[in-house]
Design a protein around this ligand. Sequence first.
Ligand code: ATP
Ligand code: MG
Length: 291
Amino acid sequence: MLSTNEYLNILETCKIKGHDDAIIRALRYIDLGYPILLYGPPGNGKTTIAEHILTSLGGGKDTFYEIEGTEGMSEYQIVGGFHPLSMSGSSDLSERFVYKHGTVTRAILDKKNLLIDEFTRAPSSAYSGLFLLLSLGTLPLEYQEMTLTKPDNWVLIATANFGDEGTYRLSNALKRRFVPIDIGYPSSATERSLLATITPDLDERVVAAALKFAEETRAIWKKDRGLPQGLSTDGLIRMARYCELSIAQGSDRVSAFMDAAFHQGTIIADETDPHSLHRVQELVIAIGDQV
Ligand SMILES: Nc1ncnc2c1ncn2[C@@H]1O[C@H](COP(=O)(O)OP(=O)(O)OP(=O)(O)O)[C@@H](O)[C@H]1O
Ligand SMILES: [Mg+2]
């Protein structure tokens, strides 16, 4: 069990601010031995939090493996299987390359924890072995006479985005095996203090406008999915840094804000939907008028 000091230390050293409740919840479930899934809109610190937790728990970056889900991923990459060269006509090659462990198998055999980033980008068929391992605690490796056993203290964290389409749902199979933990948008006060550290010289009126822009885009997303996502904290930081640089190079604050907001707005809008682009542009103009 983690001590209170360990909890505090993990929170204090985390670069991602405003998600303390979610991080504590994640640590408790990890403490209880459950795999967790950090999910939420893009650019809100899921990967960074997962890496931070794993680095802190293991005592270094080399204590865990990290992979990213991809569309072409299969059971071979996750659990393992016969190496393609094992079918080679050359007996030399086929003896040398009999099978290959996948990442989950390697992680367990090498005593490493595991982060599967962008979990839902890979098809669920890639994870059938992993799901079995999580349900039963063991997994027979078909390509080798061996059974993989999940160690009690093995930490598995996955991350998943939603919001790209506005309609994404986590599958029930996934929800049953992992404990889903929502990493949403942090409070405006948290983001204000983040910007005070990252862009200390930025005019207060531009900071206020950028925060308002972020808040309004998120409200549009939440209300009727008028935008496929709101501005992420990452997007907000980029916007503030861009404005700071542009003002230092001679732009006035209104055009610096409008320029940055139009650009970030185009990124979060659905570029194939003129209505979505129009909505974000109207928002930029309305807020720009008050800067
Ligand atoms: N709450 C926050 N506090 C501080 N920095 C943040 C916060 N949210 C996002 N960031 C910034 O955004 C960057 C990107 O975060 P990260 O890649 O972890 O997000 P993500 O949710 O995994 O994104 P994606 O969904 O695109 O994979 C971080 O390195 C950090 O600079
Ligand atoms: Mg990520």
